[in-house]
Design a protein around this ligand. Sequence first.
Ligand SMILES: CC(C)(COP(=O)(O)OP(=O)(O)OC[C@H]1O[C@@H](n2cnc3c(N)ncnc32)[C@H](O)[C@@H]1OP(=O)(O)O)[C@@H](O)C(=O)NCCC(=O)NCCS
Length: 139
Amino acid sequence: MYFDTLYINGQSYVGLYVSRQQEILTLQAFYEENFIGVVVCKLEDHRGLKRGYIAMLAVKDAYRGMGVATKLVQKVIKVMIEKKADEVALETEVSNTAAMALYENLGFMRSKRLHSYYLNAGDAVRFLLPLTSRDNIYT
Ligand SMILES: CC(C)(COP(=O)(O)OP(=O)(O)OC[C@H]1O[C@@H](n2cnc3c(N)ncnc32)[C@H](O)[C@@H]1OP(=O)(O)O)[C@@H](O)C(=O)NCCC(=O)NCCS
């Protein structure tokens, strides 16, 4: 478990609380002690690869568009590299333009379209970020 701090837009103070239990990583972002965002990532075996799987990412409405999610996901990627993960994966709904742009900005690649993946019958896209292959853009 450790505590880290981040500065957003040069002024706003954001603290990240990191807990690691059973290969589940939860990063919480705070602004002046208010909880404003979270990412949850688990490390799992996937066909012989170590895969970091982002199960949840959310930022409170009032704090969106400030780069909080970007910083949370960048931190997850850093920890997954430390954990020697081969890749990071996640799914997001095709209609979620904010999430789609965010992950593409961070170098994630679309690997598969999943039809009627969600309860509302919406399609999803699986994103992959290779960490150990020559496609890795982070090391
Ligand atoms: C998706 C979500 C996590 C983004 O959080 P955020 O802190 O606002 O994201 P950031 O400020 O780091 O934005 C990063 C990039 O995402 C994209 N983005 C963010 N909000 C966007 C919007 N409303 N429309 C289009 N693109 C958007 C942009 O490309 C942005 O980069 P830019 O500012 O350089 O243009 C947030 O909107 C959210 O919590 N949504 C509800 C939950 C959700 O959909 N989670 C994702 C499921 S996988």
